[in-house]
Each structure stands twice: as structure tokens, then as C-alpha cells.
Design a protein around this ligand. Structure first.
Ligand code: NOJ
Ligand code: MG
Length: 536
């Protein structure tokens, strides 16, 4: 168990953080929707798994148009998920189990049901109420500029008196105007509120948003370039990495503006005041590793998600390149790297790697390589069970991006967790109440209960990996030497550990050393789609 009382550690520098998608983790009251008491009751699963912290997606008061990323009251719990007391209980119980708690903060936009937005609609154009959002007039009956929502369609919606408001996401998520001093002041209060309740850190939603170029000028599009933002081309839908648009050359007046860094400097001070062991991790889809590093300069945030690992194609060369680039960029600002393969916005990695047996073998192998790297790894609920993306029937889809565009959205990675039993709801909640997205019929062998009893299961593999990782995570150092074991093999050494990942199609020789763990069966050599940890 981690020593939560040791203030000297910068615990996040080598943590394994488990993302809990609140709606889909565990349901305590039988309404088919996961909730805070459900999570609290299942915390022993996370302690047994061996993670250091959990990150909770938004559970605040919200009409749930974007499943909580549309916040109506940042300082309260939505009745769907429980009460403030339930949040306190969850935090307290997690701490008893040696688990830190990170909560989401959503500063780019509020819900349209936030009291500020209601007041803005009730007030006149030009009023102080409207000035907390980005209301604009337009002369020709068209939206004030050509920006597209990440979820598809124009980023502007017109209100009854003719003005338009900006929403980079759904129309129920109006963007706040961070040049208005009310806005930073409100969020400083929000951070303090949750710090006082004992949270250990924050995950900052759309951290590269907040400020837009003040002119709100048109985005200049290259001829071959789809309208909209690269943010949307990456996290808001389930397209494969190869379809991603090259970002470096894009004109993006809506993202990554220099003013945003002053906000994170002030948040850094607030976190510091609360204690030496509070942290923040940014969700910042920036175009270059250099601009990513800017968010984690010593006086800003502690970490930023490094989506490059998730976006890398299945090849030793791409993995090696991501490792080298990432380490160089975080080293330039003396920060710690992060790694992630799945989250609630992207296709689960078993499926990205082709699905089925091969997809699972590759997913386990990529995970093992990731967990050996310096820095923290962020895991997404269900990956420890080897879950695949689910093909959710059109009538069950609820992602606002699907509702806006008709394109398959993110529902398939948000299907509720199977805990036990042989049929849906697989103990997700009490009784036979079915969850908010139906679970597949063939998940009986994938439940936590079934896998806990099987030493060859993916769950057993994750537990082994995290247990062994504890022995070296803090002591193996941050230096990684990439080794050349042939072009299909990613191999690196970190302290006493040698890591080999076979991305090719034929078995390869294992280097000298004692095998500590392998991601699949090995037999003298390392088969294709398999990784191993060795001690020299
Ligand atoms: C990123 C979140 O991860 C995603 O789920 C959400 O839809 C957008 N930000 C908007 O808040
Ligand atoms: Mg419930």
C-alpha cells in the first residue's frame, strides 16, 4: 500500500492511475447508471489490481448531454450519482485503501443549464451576463465565423434575439469567455472547494481550450483539409490513428493560445497552497511535443496526457520514436512523462489492434511495454479485463457526437463493466436492472469474478504487472536506452529491466536475463505480438 502520508514523493511521477468512467463502473441503486456509492463499494477491486490512484470523470450536477462534461453546478453531485456526502465517503475510503483520487474539472465550457448561462439568455445583448460567454452578432444571418464544433456542425447556435453563442462542443456546452475576470475567479473557487474535500488532483478537460484568438477570426483551411478542429479529429470520435490529420500545419485560432498558461500558473499556486502532494494533469491535444511541454513547465501543471503512445501504429519504429520524442520533450521542462492506450473518447486498444485473439495479444504486449516506461500510466476501466469496443446498436447510442453527425461515436468504449454472473447486467448493479448501454451477451468469461479465478486471464496479467512494477517504478530511473534487436522489435533497457516487444510476425530470440513477466505464452523465444520484462 502506498504511504499517503509521505509528502515528499511527488507521487504522480510514477503512478498508475485508473480512469473510472462514473456512469459505467458500478451501480448501487439499480437505476442502471453507475454512481458514487457503487464505486466506493468496488474500490477493493482497484486496490487488488494495484493501482495508485483513480481519476473520476465528472459527477457534478449536469443534464448529462455529454455525460457530465456539461456541468450545471461545479460544486455539487448530480442526484444520478449520489450526494456530496457520497463523494466524501468515496474519497475517505479510497485514502484508507491507499488510493489517491483525481477529479475532473471542466473549465472550457459550462452546461447551458448552468445558472450563468440561464442568466445570459434572460439578459440583453451586451449585458454583463452575456459577457461570461462568447455571444456575438452576425450581419448576414450566418454564424459569426467558420468554426466547426468538435462534435460536428457549426460551433455557433443562434438565440431568439438573433445573437449567436460559441460552443466548440455540443450546443448544450457554451464556451466560457476566459477574458472575463468572473470566469477565472469562479474556477479558483471550484478548485479550492474540491481540494478542501480532500482530492489529490485534477484532470483538466480541454486544457488547451479556454482562450480563443480574441478576434474570433475565421480558421484558414488548407484546400484538402476538413473544416473543424483537430481536437475533434482525435478524441471525439473513434477514427483510427492513420486517419488523423497532420496537425503541425493547421491554423487553429480556437486552441492553444498563449494566454492559457497564465491560468495554469495561478492554478499551480492554488495546488501548492493546498499541500505539496496535489497535482493536475492536462488533457491538451496540442500539435507538437514542444507545445505539449509548455503546459508542464515547472510553474504550471504537473502532467499532460501523452496521446502519442495511443496514436502510434503497431510497429517497433513508431513506438521507439514516441518514446524518444516524449522523453526529450518532458526532460526539457523537468516534468514526468505519461502514457495511455485507452480512455472514454477512443476505440479500446484491443479493437484498435485488430480485435479478437491477436488484438488482445497486442493490447497486452503494448500495455506491458508501456508499464515499464518511466513516468505514469493511465489505464481505462475495463482494459484490465481485455474488453473490446462494443458495436452499440443505433437506438442505444447516446454520444452527442453521434446525435449531431450520425457517425458512430464513443458509446462502444463506455459499456458498463461486467463484475460477475453469467448474463447482463453481470452484477453491474443489483438485481436484473439493465444498464444504460446494453452489455453484450458473450461477456460471461470476461467478468472480474471469472477472470480473478483464472491465473492466465488478462486481469491476472495486469495484477502481476502492477505488482512487479512496484519493485522498480521508483528506483529504475528515468533513463531509457533503446536497443537494436532488429527492425520488428522494440527493445529498451531501463535500470535493471530489459523490455522486449515483438511487433513482427515471427518469434525472436530473447536477450539474456531472467524473465519476470511476459504478456502471453513464451517458449524460449518471444512469439509475435508478445512482450516480456527481463532482469539482466
Ligand atoms: C474531452 C472529454 O474527454 C470528452 O469526453 C468530452 O466530450 C469533451 N472533452 C468535452 O468536454
Ligand atoms: Mg445508479
Amino acid at each position: 500500500m502506498a504511504d499517503l502520508n509521505d509528502p515528499t514523493t511527488d507521487w504522480w511521477r510514477h503512478a498508475v492511475v485508473y480512469q473510472v468512467y462514473v456512469r459505467s463502473f458500478a451501480d448501487s441503486d439499480g437505476d442502471g447508471i453507475g454512481d458514487l456509492p457503487g464505486i466506493t463499494a468496488r474500490l477493493p477491486h482497484l486496490a487488488d489490481l494495484g493501482v495508485d490512484a483513480l481519476w473520476l470523470t465528472p459527477f457534478y450536477t449536469s443534464p448529462q448531454h455529454d455525460h457530465g462534461y456539461d456541468v450545471a453546478d461545479y460544486k455539487d453531485v448530480d442526484p444520478l450519482f449520489g450526494k456530496l456526502d457520497d463523494a466524501d465517503d468515496l474519497i475517505a475510503r479510497a485514502h484508507e485503501l491507499g488510493l489517491r483520487v483525481i477529479v475532473d474539472v471542466v473549465p472550457n465550457h459550462s452546461s447551458d443549464e448552468h445558472e450563468w448561462f440561464r442568466a445570459a439568455l434572460a439578459a440583453e445583448p451586451g449585458s454583463p451576463e452575456r459577457a461570461r460567454y462568447l455571444f456575438r452578432d452576425s450581419e448576414d444571418g450566418n454564424p459569426p465565423n467558420n468554426w466547426e464544433s468538435v462534435f460536428g456542425g457549426p460551433a455557433w447556435t443562434q438565440v431568439d434575439d438573433g445573437q449567436w453563442y460559441l460552443h466548440l462542443f455540443d450546443s448544450t456546452q457554451p464556451d466560457l469567455d476566459w477574458r472575463n475576470p468572473d470566469v477565472p475567479e469562479m474556477f479558483e473557487g471550484v478548485l479550492r472547494f474540491w481540494l478542501d474535500r480532500g482530492v489529490d488532483g485534477f484532470r483538466i478537460d480541454v486544457a488547451h481550450g479556454l482562450f480563443k484568438e480574441a478576434s474570433l477570426r475565421d480558421q484558414v483551411l488548407r484546400e484538402d483539409e476538413p473544416a473543424g478542429s483537430s481536437h475533434g479529429r482525435t478524441d471525439a470520435d473513434s477514427r483510427e490513428p492513420k486517419e488523423m490529420v497532420e496537425r503541425d500545419a493547421r491554423d487553429e485560432p480556437m486552441w492553444d493560445q498563449p494566454e492559457v498558461h497564465e491560468v495554469y500558473r495561478s492554478w499551480h499556486r492554488i495546488l501548492d497552497e493546498a499541500g505539496p502532494d496535489r497535482m493536475a494533469v492536462a488533457e491538451a491535444w496540442t500539435s507538437t511535443v514542444e507545445s505539449m511541454a509548455a503546459y508542464i513547465r515547472p510553474d504550471e501543471l504537473d502532467q499532460t496526457f501523452n496521446f502519442a503512445w495511443l496514436l502510434a501504429e503497431w510497429s517497433a519504429e513508431s513506438f521507439a520514436e514516441v518514446i524518444t520524442d516524449t522523453l526529450a520533450s518532458v526532460e526539457s521542462v523537468d516534468a514526468s512523462p505519461t502514457w495511455v492506450l485507452s480512455n472514454h473518447d477512443v476505440t479500446r486498444h484491443v479493437t484498435r489492434y485488430g480485435g479478437g485473439e491477436q488484438g488482445l495479444a497486442r493490447a497486452r504486449a503494448a500495455t506491458l511495454a508501456m508499464l515499464a516506461l518511466p513516468g505514469s500510466s493511465y489505464l481505462y476501466q475495463g482494459e484490465e479485463l481485455g474488453l473490446e469496443q462494443v458495436d452499440v446498436a443505433p437506438e442505444d447510442r447516446q454520444d452527442p457526437s453521434y446525435l449531431r453527425t450520425g457517425e458512430v461515436g464513443r458509446d462502444g468504449c463506455r459499456v458498463p463493466i461486467p463484475w460477475g454472473g453469467t448474463q447482463a447486467p453481470y452484477d453491474f448493479g443489483p438485481g436484473s436492472a439493465q444498464p444504460w448501454i446494453p452489455q453484450p451477451d458473450d461477456w460471461a468469461a470476461l467478468t472480474v469474478e471469472a477472470q480473478a479465478a483464472d491465473p492466465t486471464s488478462t486481469l491476472a496479467f495486469y495484477r502481476d504487472a502492477l505488482r512487479i512494477r512496484r519493485d522498480f517504478a521508483w528506483t529504475a530511473g528515468d533513463k531509457v536506452d533503446v536497443l537494436d534487436l532488429g527492425q520488428d522489435v522494440l527493445a529498451f533497457r531501463r535500470g535493471p529491466l530489459t523490455v522486449v516487444l515483438n511487433c513482427g510476425t515471427t518469434p525472436v530470440e530473447l536477450p539474456e536475463g531472467e524473465v519476470l513477466l511476459a504478456s502471453g505464452p513464451i517458449d524460449g523465444t518471444l512469439p509475435a505480438d508478445t512482450a516480456a520484462w527481463l532482469r539482466a
